[in-house]
Design a protein around this ligand. Structure first.
Ligand SMILES: Cc1cc2nc3c(=O)[nH]c(=O)nc-3n(C[C@H](O)[C@H](O)[C@H](O)COP(=O)(O)O)c2cc1C
Length: 171
């Protein structure tokens, strides 16, 4: 059964978008995306997430050198770096779970704003250098870089394995 509701549709229709037009993304939209992120649940409501909003071309180009996905970073008119503030964390697993919930909220909001985004994780292997470029100390632990913009096209495909593969038991 696939309920026909706005939230279910948004979840199923969201795709990773990796190619963008040159049209800029407004600060208002970036702040709306962050607002969706901060309304994610977090353990003890500790809200450990922090964000860097990036539109500056020079910074984008510097970040692009730190990932295999440089073409995506360079081609995206906006980036949001999502961090955990380690001084606000209380539980390694739960705080990372909260970051994931935050990022998913942001991705869904991006679609709602008729923008596209992709969650970039590969750049985490250079998280120290990312902090240097962004002028942050190691208190802030990079969780993801979101590349955001107006989608160049809407033909992305994705697939999921059958539901039966994931349900371990029905008791
Ligand atoms: C933790 C995580 C890390 C990811 N890292 C990258 C990445 O570095 N580069 C990239 O192009 N996509 C990355 N993705 C996006 C996945 O490739 C994508 O979500 C997956 O292929 C399913 O496609 P869909 O999002 O369109 O459903 C990442 C997604 C997650 C959740």
């Amino acid at each position: 059964m696939q309920p026909n509701t706005p939230i279910f549709d948004a979840i199923l229709c969201r795709r990773s978008i990796r190619e963008f037009t040159a049209e800029p993304v407004s600060t208002e939209k970036l702040e709306a995306i962050v607002t969706a992120g901060i309304w994610a649940p977090s353990g003890l409501n500790n809200q450990p997430w922090r964000f860097v909003l990036i539109k500056d071309k020079g910074i984008r180009d510097e970040l692009a050198t730190l990932t295999h996905y440089s073409h995506i970073v360079q081609g995206a008119p906006a980036l949001i770096a999502v961090y955990l503030d380690t001084e606000k964390m209380y539980d390694e697993v739960k705080d990372h779970q909260a970051a994931g919930a935050c990022i998913q909220n942001m991705l869904l909001c991006t679609e709602e704003l008729e923008l596209g985004a992709v969650w970039l994780g590969q750049i985490l292997k250079n998280k120290k250098q990312v902090n240097t470029v962004l002028g942050l100390d190691d208190r802030f632990d990079l969780m993801a870089l979101l590349a955001i913009g107006h989608p160049r096209n809407h033909n992305q495909q994705s697939r999921r394995n059958p539901l039966s593969e994931f349900i371990l038991k029905r008791l």
